[in-house]
Design a protein around this ligand. Structure first.
Ligand SMILES: Cc1ncc(COP(=O)(O)O)c(C=O)c1O
Length: 405
């Protein structure tokens, strides 16, 4: 039938979902030449060679089939060893670990396995752009809790408590944080753990940046008293091992949660790709040195970026994790979106407006320092020039008119 709007058939939750606030900037930047992108949250490193080689070997040997739904037991055992060695967390690889297609799938599975339509999912913001949409797709209701510079972008138990209702079911956390780079102090974590236990909340803890910390140690939520069995720990190989394109993640949690997540995974995904699983075994077994090298390099860049923004007069909170700086650009008189848009057009540097990550991000921009030192130095030079122009008093009217003649 002509004239039919087929969008009417689309589930309204999906139809009404706005596209990611980041996408417009990627689209704009990709149409321009000479752009230095600090926009993408992706390592600029290539996956370490020994990991790539293990995948080539696996292909040569004919590893091309499905694996068990939960993932290769050898990989799950490696993940269990990794979590125990690093954090003293013990998970049974047979029942308490699920290998997924990126940590993104693990997040989706956890929400769909746990959330009953109408359940509230408490999410500190600014936050990773997928959390709200993934919650809505699961039938849940996102309830946001703002964080800011004064609290180091760490969510506090008292703030969470204020938004709790009888429908609150899940607390969705991400530390080290995207987009702020914040990590949690022990005291705040302990208070959150107490609150979660007292209010019977399930914690979904996205710890994809756990290895990228600078001068501090990461504390996994599941390691806190009373939290192991009420936490779904989500992680993956994308960030630490520079393996974004391999799509390999995992979830660890109590057997009931992992069994429920595996049910959805087995009917929708079957299993993660075997080649990526083989590569992940090699990465976890022998990749510590490669990760340490990348972390050292991120740290050098982090220092440069934070120092440079502060020297420009744009206050930059010191990120202790991930690979993002989150400078406050409000003193320029521009909103985060105006700043990002003009910076891209006038100086060809792509950053992401902080408002894309939630209302508390308004007035900030996110700069990923997952770019070479050389590119970063050039990008910072351009940003300083741009900020300098914004701050310089406007030319007298007469001069401006002369200039146009
Ligand atoms: C906080 C956070 N979680 C999850 C992801 C997705 O990771 P993966 O590649 O494992 O799906 C990202 C990617 O940017 C992220 O920033």
């Amino acid at each position: 039938m002509s004239g039919r709007d087929y969008r009417d058939y689309v589930n309204p939750v999906v139809r009404n979902m706005p596209p990611s606030g980041i996408r417009r900037f990627f689209d704009l930047a990709s149409e321009m030449s000479g752009v230095i992108s600090l926009g993408v949250g992706e390592p600029d490193f290539v996956t370490p060679w020994h990991v790539r080689e293990s995948c080539i070997w696996a292909l040569e040997k004919g590893y091309t089939m499905y694996t068990s739904n939960q993932g290769l037991l050898e990989l799950r055992t490696e993940i269990a060893g990794h979590l125990e060695g690093r954090y003293g967390l013990r998970y049974d690889p047979k029942k308490e670990i699920l290998v997924t297609v990126g940590s993104s799938e693990a997040l989706d599975l956890a929400l769909r396995a746990l959330v009953v339509p109408g359940d509230e999912v408490v999410i500190p913001e600014p936050c990773y752009v997928s959390y709200g949409p993934a919650t809505l797709f699961s039938g849940g209701v996102p309830v946001y809790v703002g964080t800011g510079v004064t609290d180091g972008f760490q969510v506090t138990a008292s703030r969470v408590e204020k938004v709790l209702t009888p429908r609150s079911k899940v607390l969705l956390l991400c530390y080290p944080n995207n987009p702020t780079g914040a990590v949690m102090e022990k005291k705040n974590l302990w208070e959150l753990a107490e609150l979660a236990a007292a209010k019977d909340l399930i914690v979904i803890s996205d710890e994809i940046y756990d290895s990228l910390v600078y001068g501090v140690s990461h504390l996994p939520l599941a390691g806190l008293p009373g939290l192991r069995d009420r936490t779904v720990l989500i992680n993956g190989l994308s960030k630490a091992y520079a393996m974004t394109g391999w799509r390999l993640g995992y979830a660890a949690g109590n057997a009931a949660f992992i069994e429920a997540m595996t049910k959805i995974h087995q009917y929708t995904m079957l299993c993660a790709p075997i080649t990526a699983q083989m590569a992940a075994i090699e990465a976890l077994r022998n990749g510590t040195g490669s990760v340490a090298r990348m972390v050292r390099e991120y740290d050098r860049r982090r220092r440069l970026v934070v120092r440079s923004f502060n020297e420009m007069g744009l206050y930059c909170f010191e990120p202790k994790g991930a690979f993002y700086a989150f400078p406050d650009v409000s003193s320029t008189g521009l909103s985060g979106a105006e700043f990002a848009e003009r910076l891209l057009v006038e100086e060809k540097v792509a950053v992401v407006p902080g408002g894309a990550f939630g209302p508390s991000g308004e007035g900030f921009v996110r700069c990923a320092y997952a770019a070479s030192l050389e590119d970063l130095a050039e990008a910072l030079k351009r940003i300083a020039r741009f900020v300098g122009r914004l701050r310089r008093p406007a030319a007298p009217v007469g001069l401006g008119a002369l200039g146009q003649a």
